[in-house]
Design a protein around this ligand. Sequence first.
Ligand code: OGA
Ligand code: MN
Length: 294
Amino acid sequence: MIEVTPVNPGFVAEVAGLDLRQPLSGEDAQALRDALEQYAVLVLPGQPLTEDQQLAVARLFGPLETSVGASVYNAERPRRLGHAELSDISNLDEAGGILGATDIRRLINLSNQLWHTDSSFKRTPASVSLLSAQEIPPVGGATEFADMRAAWDALDARMQARLEPLIATHDYFHSRGLTGFDVGAVPPAWRERQPPARQVLVRTNEKTGRRSLYLASHICAIDGMSSAQCSALVDELMDFATQPRFVYRHRWRTDDLVLWDNRCTMHRGAGFDEKYRRSMRRATVQDAGPTVAD
Ligand code: OGA
Ligand code: MN
């Protein structure tokens, strides 16, 4: 039987009583989906999953995405992971050695250290992400999560009314540029495979009616605003929404599985000394469809 222990009232819970290596009963699967709906981030310690087992858990939430690594920037060379549906969240190469400081895979993954939500740069963005930890540095490398429902609720009514109609453009390469990647040198083929996408700035959970800010460091433009106005607003909202009162910091242990709802949270990785190995993999579920009809 699934046991759900809240870390905060309404945001983040630890889940025990499941062995995710085995197929879940329909009842347990529903309880897991309900807990994620309520808490937005779920921590499941002690789940040593194979790639296939992780994918099977992810499919309880819907159809899976293909990782940007497998489909865009690393499509032409061998990958460390066996499935295109798994994103490689590690500092390791395909042979399991630590990536060099200038390896493109390392530079691309650095943007995970900026506040973001997964795949908002895709026309149909991500709903749920499931990150499984195999190897963890002895210090550093935590992941922080911010509750975008609580952040929305805390905004004053004037700001809420101003934000409600806004449409933002999210670009995968924009956030890469913010962490020093030479965006001017991105091959045109990559841009064609991963064009920017427009998204609402305020999302509504259709079941609960709860609203949330839909923010990410991928945002490069907002309809009707100059670039300076856009970055001023995004910076202001980022600062507001990531105040400590909205944030949970997860210190990883080997075999943790952490699930989050990208529609109502942001997250970012903390830095760590890259002489240490950090090995994680992420399965990502597709949302029901685009947030903007166009
Ligand atoms: C991710 C991600 C942050 C981290 O897996 O989507 O952003 O701490 N990870 O590695
Ligand atoms: Mn991410």
